[in-house]
Write a protein that binds this ligand. Structure first.
Ligand code: PLP
Length: 370
């Protein structure tokens, strides 16, 4: 791109982010790991009660911060509210990463770690998950010797669904005393595993969360970063004064008062995920163990055509042919009826594909003359 503006080199090197296709509202949205049931009624009621005065004011953070901190079991001084989990990730670059530094990640993973590193002009050291989507713990610990400024581990990982046990995270923390360790727990409600209680023991540990997944508030953009008081104070210095809007605050407070609805949603998602993995196995499709509200599956060579066909039927899934392998896809777990409809479609498409293949490979003598 040619410009006379004093643009930074890191920005010139980047490609513009291509936003995903719009018009998803009335489709089966199994492509963004959203809550497809919608948020709970309490959040919606709280939004409806907002007054013109509240909307005209800059938000006040004291009470909502205390309530949200209590939900996570931390103090208000150990919590930073952010404009979505994405923004919680961005602030680590502003606070801890100089352009000459590098970060360490293990791919495939959530793309925003690389995205923000590129904007910051930082290098990205990358390891790969194994063929079974296992985390390369020994190599990761060895790579810490090069002293990355920040490491990001999504736990469970997106898109693999892999869950790193707490003992493994402890090993990383012990080996990374000069590095900021970010454990991104966007899907912790579904995995039931967190290292949040450790923030007082390890000053380099930061845990990020989001209200976009289990709480179903992706449209409002609310996330959080948590660490010990002194470490959060460092992040806070890199934040703007009003990062979170009033709608997100009142909706989150209301959602947390209705915790049982989040819990029953999570329970349902886990059951549907297990059922869906079983259905895919029955259809001969390989899946990987997932602790999130999504499943990584390998459809092999029929995959790309199948995903296109699903899209024409209004079923959106996230194809990963380019970065993981041909026919790989990440499918978010939707409601029971949504997943049943999806299984029916997959069955129909794979069946007709198989028939076509059988026809094509039948010996010539059995084929029709014409
Ligand atoms: C691993 C992980 N971290 C963070 C996020 C950010 O979520 P949000 O910005 O909606 O809070 C996502 C969203 O998909 C995610 O998968």
């Amino acid at each position: 791109m040619k410009t006379r503006l004093p643009v930074r080199k890191a920005i010139l090197r980047r490609k513009t982010y291509e936003a995903p296709a719009e018009g998803r509202l009335n489709k089966m949205r199994l492509d963004f790991n959203e809550n497809t049931s919608g948020c709970g009624p309490a959040a919606l009621r709280a939004l409806r009660k907002l007054t013109p005065q509240q909307l005209a004011m800059y938000p006040e953070y004291g009470k909502p911060t205390r309530r949200i901190a209590a939900y996570f079991g931390v103090s208000e001084h150990e919590l930073l509210l952010t404009n979505g989990g994405d923004d919680a990730l961005r602030v680590f670059f502003d606070a801890f990463v100089e352009p000459r530094n590098h970060i360490l990640i293990c791919e495939p993973t959530f793309p925003m770690y690389r995205y923000y590193a590129e904007i910051a002009g930082a290098r990205v050291e990358t390891l790969r998950y194994g063929a079974e989507m296992e985390f390369p713990l020994d190599d990761f610990v060895s790579a810490l010797r090069k002293k990355p400024a920040v490491i990001f581990i999504a736990n469970p990982n997106n898109p693999t669904g892999a869950l790193l046990p707490r003992a493994a995270i402890k090993r990383v923390l012990l080996a990374a005393s000069n590095t900021v360790v970010v454990i991104d727990e966007a899907y912790a409600e579904f995995s039931g595993v967190t290292v949040l209680p450790w923030i007082r023991k390890y000053p380099n540990l930061f845990v990020t969360r989001t209200f976009s997944k289990a709480a179903g508030l992706a449209g409002l953009r609310l996330g959080a970063a948590m660490a010990c008081r002194e470490s959060i104070a460092l992040l806070r210095r890199a934040m703007p004064p009003f990062p979170v809007n009033v709608g997100a605050l009142v909706a989150a407070e209301a959602a947390l008062q209705e915790r049982s609805s989040i819990q029953s949603y999570v329970k349902q998602m886990r059951e549907i995920r297990q059922w869906f993995a079983g259905e895919l196995a029955r259809l001969g499709v390989r899946t990987f163990p997932s602790a999130g509200n999504f499943l990584l599956a390998d459809f092999g060579s029929p995959g790309p055509a199948l995903f296109k066909k699903l899209a024409t039927q209004g079923i959106l899934v996230r194809e990963r042919s380019k970065d993981i392998g041909p026919g790989f896809v990440r499918i978010s777990i939707g409601t029971g009826p949504e997943m049943k409809q999806l299984v029916k479609m997959i069955q129909r498409e794979l069946g007709s594909n198989q028939k076509a293949n059988q026809k094509a490979t039948r010996p010539t003598s059995q084929r029709g003359r014409n």
